[in-house]
Design a protein around this ligand. Structure first.
Ligand code: PGA
Length: 249
């Protein structure tokens, strides 16, 4: 089943978040995709109540690696899990940029998420300058090498990777399905080399995904789903994405 993850970033009041879920959960297409909604932390309890008993799943936009202690402002994986989350986004490029998340911290967050029963969605992707100078492969390699360090093949299988080229996020300029496919293949090989996971790694594409272009990533590029920011905010547009992913039937 294709993954369709809605990353709301710093958007939506609680009322808007609840209204979105009410509009989306009524669709008969919901059970046909693995829909994951990633609200702001403060909206999680209200969204959790609203998605309860539906096929819509819930995730946090980050979790810290420690379980408890003097870490002002952090949210633990266990707290996210207790609030109803079953996924956690890890090291999104905006967290790397504005909250100083790095690969080593990502690895610790991934392990914390796994041990609390959350599925980590580990975001990797190269900057525009890195791409221009032909260093994308090496940059990605260090992201997944450090992020997956020390994981067994079974643990690695429990992680979803989201390939999100930084230059494609919110820019209206997505990577082509062929580019995404090539990177996904190198991630699969790299993670296999690192962890021994021969197959079964799930990889999403993210960066300027729309209802018009989404199908290309799934059918042509063989990705396991998409991580969507802007086009996930409006419930009607999100339902258009869902229709494009699973068809009308
Ligand atoms: P976008 O964001 O769909 O607005 O490009 C994707 C993301 O940051 O996850």
């Amino acid at each position: 089943m294709a993954v369709l993850a809605a990353n709301w970033k710093l958007h939506k009041s609680t009322e808007e978040a609840v209204a979105w879920v009410q509009a989306v959960k009524a669709s008969p297409l919901v059970p046909k995709a693995e829909i994951i909604v990633l609200p702001g932390f403060l909206q999680i309890p209200a969204v959790a109540r609203e998605v309860d008993g539906t096929g819509v799943r819930l995730g946090a936009q980050d979790v810290f690696w420690e379980a408890a202690g003097a870490y002002t402002g952090m949210v633990s994986a266990a707290q996210a899990q207790e609030a109803g989350c079953s996924y956690a986004l890890i090291a999104h490029s905006e967290r790397r940029r504005f909250a100083a998340d790095d690969d080593r911290g990502a690895g610790r967050r991934i392990r914390a998420a796994l041990s609390s029963g959350l599925t980590p969605i580990y975001c990797v992707g190269e900057e525009l300058e890195t791409r221009r100078t032909g260093r994308s492969r090496a940059a990605l390699r260090s992201q997944y090498d450090i992020g997956f360090a020390g994981l067994t093949p079974d643990e690695a299988r429990g992680v979803i990777v989201a390939y999100e080229p930084v230059w494609a996020i919110g820019s209206g300029q997505p990577a082509s399905p062929a580019e995404a496919a090539e990177v996904a293949q190198s991630i699969r090989e790299g993670v296999a080399g690192r962890t021994g996971l021969a197959n079964g790694l799930r990889i999403l594409y993210g960066g300027s995904v729309t209802p018009e272009n989404v199908k290309g990533y799934l059918a042509d590029a063989g990705m396991d789903g998409v991580l969507v920011g802007s086009a996930s905010l409006d419930a009607m547009e999100f339902l258009a994405l869902l229709r494009a992913v699973v068809g009308n039937g």
